[in-house]
Design a protein around this ligand. Structure first.
Ligand code: PLP
Length: 397
């Protein structure tokens, strides 16, 4: 058997390997505190479930239009328009089986082999994987740590733009750092995008996972809607990670291409689930607010303990469900200088399982600080407190 050569360029989410290690550790009878995966242990709102079940019983079990059912496309366009201040209509929306498919389809629609694509590093690993798999050149841009945020190093990013640069991937409200772009940062990026005629993937997976302030879409800046595809997902806001429902939203010409890719890949998104999504978007929002409230309490518990640990600094992100504490001094204190050694030592000694910077792209030249990533979407507050107390004891011992 010979596996096709192109597969060598396909990356993966190494966080799943951390999951497997944690599961193997738990199978031996050990207690595990799962901070490694951005999955959710919160129930999907009842009205979403009821909407989907009713649709199934009503016979919405056959194929549906390739870009999704018109009602959902219309309602989602109105919802996204109102939240972002961009006038979208149904024609601007192609429903997807999750948020993730928008990444590959955006790249397939707009990138030719040999084109350069700017992407965040540390960042969601699927960007690099999809760029390289499809024959592009993945060009990482980095972040600078501030007191209470991570800022994109725009000066460095600008220097990486060449005549071959075609696309920019922007994950504002970022996984893994929890970083949020200031308006000034977005404006600087918009200037570069216009000047160099780039197209942008606005990965807004966490747009609605926000505890204070208001989310801003890069696509809402003057002239940017024409150049941007928004990655929308139902996964996080409605705790629907396993349902697989999202959308690509942007200029009709690109959305038509993405819908054609739907025809080729999955024919259509899951039919009856879309009725659940309609119920979620138009129905009572109490449970959506409760999801946020639960996550906020978890964030505060985790940040408070992390900042009480000698050698760890963690800012309190207003959005996402990730923390990216700087653990440089803590690792030094323990005499551990290798990420994987540190991660495994903590898992073995305390059961606390997390990813490190290594799981979010190849470290860049000149990186001096060490970071780990904790997701608090799949672990209850009491477990956060118990697990991180053990982590604290381990570091300070
Ligand atoms: N983009 C980012 C930044 C993410 O963190 C995730 C999921 O963790 C996704 C996209 C994909 O989301 P979905 O589960 O909807 O495919």
């Amino acid at each position: 058997m010979e596996i096709a050569k192109r597969i060598q360029k396909l990356g993966t989410e190494t966080a799943f390997a951390v999951s497997a290690e944690a599961a193997a550790f738990a199978a031996k009878g050990n207690k595990v505190y799962p901070f490694h995966l951005g999955d959710m242990n919160i129930l999907t709102p009842a009205n979403v479930m009821e909407g989907a079940i009713k649709a199934m019983q009503d016979g919405k079990t056959g194929y549906c239009p390739n870009a999704g059912i018109p009602q959902l496309r219309e309602i989602l366009a109105a919802d996204v328009s109102a939240a972002r201040g961009i006038p979208y209509s149904m024609e601007n929306v192609a429903i997807q089986p999750g948020g993730k498919p928008t990444i590959g389809k955006f790249i397939l629609a707009l990138m030719n082999p040999g084109d350069e694509v700017l992407y965040p590093n540390p960042g969601y690993p699927i960007y690099e994987s999809q760029i390289e798999f499809n024959g592009g050149i993945a060009v990482p841009y980095s972040y600078l740590e501030g007191e209470d945020n991570f800022d994109i190093d725009i000066e460095k990013l600008a220097k990486k733009i060449t005549p071959k640069t075609k696309l920019l991937i922007l994950n504002d409200l970022q996984n893994p750092t929890g970083a949020e772009c200031a308006m000034e940062e977005l404006q600087k990026l918009a200037k570069l995008v216009s000047k160099h005629n780039l197209f942008v993937l606005c990965d807004e997976a966490y747009f609605d996972i926000r505890y204070a302030g208001q989310s801003t879409s890069f696509a809402a800046l003057p002239g940017m809607a024409e150049r941007s595809i928004i990655l929308y997902t139902f996964s996080k806001k409605f705790a629907m990670t396993g349902w697989r429902l999202g959308a690509a939203i942007g200029p009709k010409e690109i959305i038509d291409v993405i819908a054609k890719l739907n025809v080729n890949d999955e024919s259509c998104p899951n039919h009856f689930i879309q009725y659940g999504a309609i119920a979620g978007l138009t129905g009572d929002q109490t449970e959506v607010r409760q999801i946020l409230d639960t996550l906020k309490k978890r964030r505060d518990a985790a940040v408070d303990i992390l900042n009480s640990i000698d050698g760890i600094h963690c800012f309190r992100p207003n959005a996402t469900f990730y923390l990216f504490p700087n653990v440089t001094a803590a690792m030094q204190q323990k005499g551990l200088y290798d990420y994987e050694e540190f991660r495994r030592s903590v898992l073995t000694a305390t059961g606390v399982s997390f990813c490190s910077r290594l799981h979010f792209g190849r470290p860049l030249e000149g990186e001096k600080n060490a970071y780990i990533r904790l997701a608090y979407s799949g672990i209850d507050k009491s477990e956060i407190e118990e697990g991180l107390a053990k982590f604290k004891a381990f570091i300070e011992d």
